[in-house]
Structure formats: structure tokens, C-alpha cells
Design a protein around this ligand. Structure first.
Ligand SMILES: [Mg+2]
Length: 162
């Protein structure tokens, strides 16, 4: 994979790839705004596309600006993030809100893919490494309510195996 990023930088030049990165980050910002702020759930595919674009550009930026140093910084930041989360969990005694929306899922055992629905509407797909779709459901519902998303978690009431 690194080889492709290196070839892209050699082919178009670092300056062009930096411009491209800035453009792609702008496009991702616009799609995040549509999907989350404007609640445009029909834009999920567009959002996924822009996340992919930015990730590809980020990988090139890493190559151009010191990949090893950046990875070391990331490790430090992730360790710090973990310790902040661990510290906050010890002090978090918040009560669970009554659920409003119903999450359901379909599980494709062959692909380990959990498709998540909110009130019957498709929301997203998650890959569950441990083959436990309920873990995906729990992770998803928790993550979304933590970001003050419109959806709240209730027990899944639907399992379908492909
Ligand atoms: Mg793009």
C-alpha cells in the first residue's frame, strides 16, 4: 500500500498532493455537515467516499512529513486519550436515559458484517471481528449517544443470519 502512495507523490509531486489533501478535507467537512448537522442520512455513501479520499491523502501526507515521527506521536496521543477515558469512567455515574428509538440489526455470518437499522431505516454496516453482532450494536449505540446523536439505544429485537 505504501508503494501506491509513494508513486502518487512521485507522479504528481508533493505540492499537488498537498493541494489535493486540502481539497479532499474540505469535501469531507461538507459531507460530515450534511450527514450529521443537516441529518441527511441519504448521504452515507457520499460520506464514506470522502472519508476514503481523506484517508488516502492522509497516508500520503504522512509519507511526505515523516511517517515514523507521526506514528510515534499518534501512539502517544492514543495512550493519553485512553488514560483520559479511563479516568473519566471512574467518575462517571450518569443514569441511563429511557430509550426513544429502536435499533435492530441483520448479521451476515460469512462476512462478519452487522447491518444496523434505526426504526427500520438502514444506518450503517460494521465489521465485527469477534463474530458478535451484539457487540457491534452496543458499540454503535453507545458511540452515537455519546456524540449526542438523535438516536438512542434499545435492545435489538431482530436477528437475521444470511
Ligand atoms: Mg473527494
Amino acid at each position: 500500500m505504501n508503494q501506491i502512495y509513494k508513486r502518487a507523490i512521485e507522479h504528481w509531486g508533493a505540492a499537488a498532493q498537498v493541494s489535493m489533501a486540502m481539497g479532499e478535507m474540505g469535501e469531507l467537512t461538507a459531507e460530515l455537515n450534511r450527514f450529521h448537522t443537516q441529518n441527511r442520512k441519504d448521504r452515507l455513501c457520499n460520506l464514506q467516499d470522502e472519508i476514503a479520499d481523506v484517508q488516502i491523502m492522509l497516508n500520503q501526507l504522512k509519507m511526505m512529513h515523516g511517517q515514523l515521527a507521526i506514528e510515534e506521536i499518534m501512539e502517544q496521543k492514543l495512550a493519553r486519550l485512553e488514560s483520559i477515558i479511563d479516568g473519566q469512567q471512574q467518575h462517571n455515574h450518569s443514569t441511563i436515559e429511557p430509550p426513544k428509538n429502536v435499533f435492530t440489526y441483520e448479521y451476515n455470518e460469512d462476512e462478519g458484517l452487522t447491518t444496523i437499522f434505526a426504526n427500520g431505516q438502514y444506518v450503517t454496516e460494521l465489521v465485527e471481528e469477534n463474530g458478535d453482532p451484539e457487540a457491534s450494536m452496543n458499540w454503535f449505540a453507545k458511540a452515537y449517544s455519546m456524540t449526542n446523536f438523535a438516536l438512542e439505544y434499545q435492545h435489538p429485537n431482530n436477528t437475521t443470519e444470511a
